[in-house]
Design a protein around this ligand. Structure first.
Ligand SMILES: Nc1ncnc2c1ncn2[C@@H]1O[C@H](COP(=O)(O)OP(=O)(O)O)[C@@H](O)[C@H]1O
Ligand SMILES: [Mg+2]
Length: 237
């Protein structure tokens, strides 16, 4: 049984048919990437999985449970974390408060402290800025905070939406190193990226999305060699 599976998922924004029958799986322990151009439906896919929107038809299953109609808070509590595009941190709350919000169902204050300490171990810069408001952090620090917050519920599967967007190359490297390290520690990852080169360098497998439909599905190594991927997403001849 796959940890996550989508079966013939269709999603809509009013009359806009954004996902036109998506079927994909993520196995426990994998890093799977979903690549595609702007507007392909990558964020919509993650939003449909995390319950921010519900599929018009089709099925989303996590750990053997149908989560297609579940609300976002229940899906997070079930072990599925989502770090949204644009980070989604609370600009008027401090780093500490943002992290506390990430652990909203955790009653034990000691557990919250331990998880926060783990986030600071991953991203020491956040610790130095613990009382600073989220909105005053740099783009890279906001991405670190968004990831650390996504980890506060100790997800089995973490979905990251364009974590490298707008970051300087050295920070892109750092974020991808953290993704690999989290995966080594047992967190399954579904990574959405326009930066296909980076994504395919850390992922085990990938899917290519075009206009709401999956057009390719292969190992990352094969996708890196694929002519369509090379011309359309890697900018190579
Ligand atoms: N809130 C929205 N309202 C209407 N259409 C939307 C909305 N969000 C996304 N879309 C449309 O859905 C399609 C997929 O968008 P999205 O999932 O954001 O793509 P990606 O993340 O791959 O760039 C696009 O055609 C986009 O214009
Ligand atoms: Mg997007």
């Amino acid at each position: 049984m796959s940890l996550l599976s989508l079966t013939d998922v269709h999603s809509f924004y009013g009359h806009i048919h954004a996902l036109k029958g998506i079927s994909l799986t993520v196995e426990e322990g994998e890093i799977v990437t979903l690549i595609g151009s702007n507007g392909a439906g990558k964020s919509t896919t993650l939003r449909t999985v995390s319950g921010l929107m519900h599929p018009g038809s089709g099925r989303v299953e996590f750990d053997g449970r149908d989560i297609s109609r579940m609300e976002p808070h229940a899906i997070v509590a079930a072990g599925l974390g989502h770090v949204p595009e644009g980070r989604g941190i609370f600009p008027t709350l401090t780093v500490r408060e943002n992290l506390e919000m990430g652990a909203f169902t955790v009653r034990d204050p000691e557990a919250v402290r331990e998880r926060m300490a783990y986030g600071f171990e991953l991203f020491p810069r956040l610790k130095e800025r613990i009382d600073q408001h989220g909105g005053t952090l740099s783009g890279g620090e906001q991405q670190m905070l968004a990831i650390a917050r996504g980890l506060m519920m100790q997800p089995r599967l973490l979905m990251l939406d364009e974590p490298s967007m707008g970051l300087a190359p050295v920070l892109v490297e750092l974020i991808f190193d953290i993704v690999t390290m989290l995966n080594d520690k047992g967190v399954t990852i579904l990574l959405v990226e326009q930066n296909a080169l980076m994504a395919l360098s850390v992922a085990h497998r990938g899917y290519v999305l075009q206009n709401g439909e999956l057009v390719l599905n292969d190992t990352a190594a094969n996708l890196r060699r694929d002519p369509l991927v090379r011309t359309a997403y890697l900018g190579m001849a």
